[in-house]
Design a protein around this ligand. Structure first.
Ligand code: PLP
Length: 403
């Protein structure tokens, strides 16, 4: 009997998640109800950020951040090329131009010198924002990046779509990604392959209450129902100074990026299990690390980042396809035939046709080198220890077959 296909990632859903969703379906509020606030409160507890604003996806969160900073066609944003294309697209939706930065060839992470180089390339163009990406769940050196950003008057944001549950050591303390100690805002994604899921969903965290208030308006048509934000005093309040019960104001045009209570209930239920989900991913990753030693040097896990305890979204390895004499498509196919699904994260975004048309051919050797070797192996909490052995055995067969 053939074993079930192992996908590179998938959700882990228990009865308590199902019960939480059913409870909301039986309640008065399917959207804009209490589950939204509850999910946001717990995200603040988990990340240590003062504010969190949940929304319909990680991409929506990125777009809300861009709008909240009033990005416009006169602005430029530094985005690492080794990311999901949504990081760049969300900026382009405001008309801002993207300046792609390079990344470290082995970790795929943007480093301070990559940011410096991108800012040099920008020349006299106004660079308002830079968005390092916490790729695979490993964190960039945000302190070093922030020092560069501050020197150049650039606002530092974080794409932490992969990194809920990651902590870094900062001044001897364990600081969760999303605490925004070195950045203005961070985003998360709760897509099913991520460490926790709300089916679709995302969030922005920040310590800036004014920005959080703006993000809440941008999430929902630019509307506010909060009397302290009303601008039209006469229309808003009755003779005794009470807000009129029907009253609300629209301050700017914005999309509907709300996350429903159904999604929030699932997200909250999953977030309650974050420690367990992260711990299981770490155990599996450690098992991969040691089992893969037999395949070195042609297959190596991406190097660990010092001072980072990752909530791993992906288990990425770098394969020397030239040395094994077989290309990546063939490796993926041979693994698939053995029931092992894999994926490539990512095609460097500067190589996408849209950006090549817009910015020409860029020379980003770090991103190209990472891309040339990367393969994401299956990693999700419901995998068994023996599933890891199965993947490594399958990979050993593929590599051994031709070496
Ligand atoms: C690095 C990164 N940023 C942003 C996103 C967008 O998240 P979503 O799929 O929730 O829109 C993703 C999604 O995979 C991602 O990997």
């Amino acid at each position: 009997m053939s074993l079930p296909m192992l996908r590179y990632g998938r959700q882990s859903i228990d009865q308590d998640d199902i019960d939480a969703v059913i409870d909301v379906l039986r309640s008065d509020f399917l959207t804009t109800g209490p589950a939204v606030e509850a999910f946001e409160r717990m995200l603040c507890d988990v990340t240590g950020a003062r504010e969190s604003v949940v929304c319909s996806s990680g991409t929506a969160a990125l777009h809300m951040m861009a709008m909240a900073l009033d990005l416009s066609p006169e602005d430029n944003v530094v985005v690492p090329s080794m990311t999901f294309m949504g990081t760049a697209s969300a900026m382009r939706l405001t008309g801002a131009e993207v300046i792609f930065s390079d990344v470290h060839p082995k970790t795929g992470l943007m480093e301070a010198e990559n940011l410096e180089e991108a800012l040099r390339r920008a020349g006299s163009r106004r660079v308002k924002v830079a968005i390092p990406v916490q790729l695979n769940g490993w964190a960039c050196d945000m302190k070093a990046l922030n020092a560069v950003a501050e020197k150049h008057g650039v606002t530092l944001l974080e794409d932490a779509a992969h990194a809920i549950g990651t902590t870094v050591t900062e001044n001897g303390r364990n600081v969760p990604v999303g605490a925004c100690t070195q950045s203005k805002m961070a985003i998360f994604s709760f897509h099913p392959v991520k460490t926790i899921t709300s089916a679709e969903g995302g969030a922005v965290t920040t310590n800036d209450s004014d920005l959080a208030a703006r993000l809440r308006r941008l999430r929902s048509h630019g509307i506010t129902h909060r009397p302290e934000e009303f601008l039209e005093r006469v229309a808003a309040f009755d003779a005794s100074g009470r807000p009129n019960p029907w009253y609300h104001e629209m301050h700017e045009p914005a999309p509907n990026y709300r996350l429903s209570d159904v999604h929030c209930a699932l997200g909250l239920s999953q977030l309650k299990k974050l420690d367990r989900l992260v711990a299981r991913r770490r155990v599996l990753a450690e098992r991969y690390d040691s089992a893969l030693e037999q395949l070195a040097p042609v297959v190596r896990p991406v190097p660990h980042v010092p001072s980072c305890n990752p909530g791993l979204h992906l288990y990425a390895v770098l394969i020397d396809f030239e040395a094994i004499g077989i290309d990546r498509a063939a490796v993926m196919q041979l693994l698939r035939e053995q029931g092992v699904g894999t994926q490539v994260h990512y095609i460097p975004v500067h190589r996408q046709p849209y950006y090549r048309r817009r910015y020409g051919d860029l020379n980003l050797p770090g991103a190209d080198a990472y891309y040339a070797r990367e393969l994401s192996l299956p990693l999700f909490p419901d995998m068994s220890d023996s599933d890891v052995n199965r993947v490594v055995d399958a990979l050993a067969k593929v590599v051994g077959r031709v070496s």
